[in-house]
Ligand binder design. Structure first.
Ligand SMILES: [Zn+2]
Length: 496
């Protein structure tokens, strides 16, 4: 039976709107329940095996050009939905448990979703460790059985739908050679290995946490938080610094009726900042849970990059181009904005920072930890999602790869919770490389204060208008005539 693509697109867009709004309401802490099951029920026809097969046939027929890409993006959507539909009960239970569970540490209780925030604000390493141990216990007892059931189900489904593995399915749907990307990531790990401690240890010491080798994962939120830099990143200026920054690019935040900033605290609000897009470009939310300091600036600017990207997408382009596609593109604009918070010219112009060195040193150390963590993560996920993964051994592999490459004592309990679905790790890795290219080009064209140039804003809006119609490689080639290469990142960490 041939698929009616126009009708499929219309229904798919309605589904995206409903599911994204539900994510927004639940994760922003406005609604404790997480009612995605009813949404999947209403749209079950989008994600049947027949629908996925129909989308696959359309894709195979449509060749390599623009139509082929749009068909691949639609197939990616259908496949994600088919998997999401199959594990919706587990996802609902997980979300509701995460919103209701608390850890008890020394007679105080911390909501599950506030654990990272509590660790960031906890100067006592023993207490940070105790919070981690309590979380790991909850993971092992309450959450991991659900994560594992969901993982086994999606692996099985990928095979039922005709791929050799979950890994092969996502490589094909993303149009990314995951092994080649993991190879570049491994190259990055080797290239930065000798300089890692040189960049990280002095900053770890400044943050009052142990050096590499002794560092525990429970210390990382404290390190990222960098309380010593709080004075330079005042909480009361957070939103103002963002609105002034976009104003410099010619965007009047108050006049943007399609964007909504949610910065209020709520008990079950996720501590991980996010951007929700029920309608692109008409309804975009930025959600953050401020903790104080540099971390908040980083999070707000990252999500602000997503928000402005989605808010500027041309409403006339197709559903696939506006809502679907290669998320490396939107992540690259998020990283571009995030990077401003460690840019000396921006720090001077927006926050009046005269001596940016401490911020730069800290930010580079944090970035190196993150890059090494994600480089290790793709290696791990390729094993986890391969043809016949030995799941019983995966917690140990997770500790070995993540802990080994970051030189952090890494607990094994998060071997499932730390995995973003659908090899999203590839989007982050590609986006870091793409962001480097955007940043260099903005400097060359508009100078070091590009963020104060309406022309730079015009240039960016030109890129944003296209949404994610084209993938990262093609966009970079079309725009700057360059190849996307993860290796460029190692150059930022050449030894001093
Ligand atoms: Zn992001």
């Amino acid at each position: 039976m041939a698929l009616d693509l126009d009708s499929y697109r219309d229904r798919a867009e309605r589904f995206c709107e409903e599911i994204d709004r539900e994510h927004y309401l639940h994760l922003s802490g406005r609604k404790r329940s997480f009612e995605i099951e009813a949404i999947y029920e209403r749209h079950a026809g989008l994600f049947s095996s027949d629908a996925v097969e129909g989308l696959r046939e359309t894709w195979l027929r449509s060749g390599d050009g623009e139509d082929g890409r749009a068909a691949r993006h639609l197939l990616h959507f259908g496949f994600d939905g088919c998997l999401g539909q199959a594990v919706k009960a587990e996802a609902t239970k997980l979300a509701e448990l995460e919103a209701s569970l608390e850890v008890e540490v020394e007679s105080s209780s911390i909501p599950y979703r506030n654990i990272a925030v509590a660790q960031a604000n906890e100067p006592d390493p023993e207490r940070r460790g105790a919070i981690e141990a309590a979380r790991d216990e909850l993971l092992a007892e309450e959450l991991n059985p659900l994560h594992l059931a969901a993982l086994e189900r999606v692996h099985e489904l990928a095979r039922e739908l005709g791929w050799r593995s979950y890994r092969e399915a996502y490589a094909e749907l993303r149009g990314v050679d995951l092994e080649a990307l993991a190879g570049q990531a491994r190259e990055f790990l080797r290239a930065t290995d000798a300089a890692y401690a040189e960049f990280a240890d002095p900053e770890l010491a400044r943050a009052g946490v142990p050096p590499l080798g002794e560092l525990r994962r429970s210390d990382l939120p404290r390190f990222f938080r960098a309380p010593g830099l709080d004075g330079l990143f005042p909480g009361e200026d957070l939103v103002g610094a963002f609105s002034e920054t976009v104003a410099g690019l010619g965007i009047d935040l108050d006049a943007q009726e399609n964007v909504h900033l949610d910065t209020e605290s709520r008990p079950t609000k996720s501590s991980r900042a996010f951007c929700a897009t029920p309608r692109v470009p008409e309804e975009v939310y930025l959600v953050i849970s401020p903790v104080g300091g540099r971390d908040d600036y980083e999070a707000l600017f990252h999500e602000g990059g997503h928000m402005e990207h989605y808010a500027h997408v041309d409403s006339r382009i197709s559903f696939e181009g506006r809502r679907l596609g290669d998320n490396s593109v939107t992540e690259s604009f998020a990283f571009l904005f995030e990077h401003l918070t460690e840019d000396p010219a921006w720090l001077a112009a927006r926050l009046g920072v005269g001596e940016p060195e401490p911020v730069l040193r800290h930010a580079r150390a944090v970035k190196l930890v993150m890059l090494r963590r994600y480089a290790a993560k793709i290696a791990y996920e390729l094993e986890l999602h391969g043809e016949a993964p030995r799941l019983a051994q995966m917690p140990a592999r997770y500790v070995e790869l993540l802990g080994g490459w970051t030189r952090v004592r890494w607990p094994g309990e998060s071997w499932l919770a730390d995995v973003d679905p659908g090899f999203y790790v590839a989007c982050y890795l590609r986006a870091w490389a793409l962001e480097t290219a955007w940043r260099r080009s903005l400097h060359e064209r508009f100078g070091e204060r590009w963020f104060d140039s309406a022309h730079a804003g015009e240039w960016l809006r030109g890129l944003w208008r296209g949404g994610q119609r084209v993938d990262a490689e093609e966009l970079l080639d079309e725009t700057l005539g360059e190849r996307l290469e993860f290796g460029v990142l190692a150059r930022e960490f050449s030894r001093r």
